[in-house]
Design a protein around this ligand. Sequence first.
Ligand SMILES: [Zn+2]
Ligand SMILES: [Zn+2]
Length: 142
Amino acid sequence: MPAIGEDLTGKKFGHWTVLNRDPVKNQIGGVRWMCRCDLCGKVHSIIGRQLKAGHSQHCRDCRYARKDQSFEDGGGLRIDRTGQKFGRWTLIAPVPRKRKWLCQCECGTQAEVATSNLGSGQSKQCLTCRQASRPRVAVSSQ
Ligand SMILES: [Zn+2]
Ligand SMILES: [Zn+2]
């Protein structure tokens, strides 16, 4: 019996949040739902059966980018890292739909820094500071 009357709106399946029934493809191959991936914000049409069976947890983009998620998603974007420090960077706000944070350097410069670069320690300060510190870094106090 097709679950036509079933309403999945607002339900969560993995990282999908169901927005509404897919108005276009609804009749083909079962009920489809417009779902938003809460990792990247993209909306896709997913077959309801796959959602409920747990076959689809998040969009393809995020599946391939899973590496970043340990930092960004250890429980999801809901983790508030605002104010956390990475080197001279202080996290100000996550950049929506990008794996980046708006960061402020101790010198006051603001920039978007890739989450992976923060997590791996590749980016610790703004370009200006990096250039300024380079010649002096060997003799700087500990
Ligand atoms: Zn996604
Ligand atoms: Zn700086």
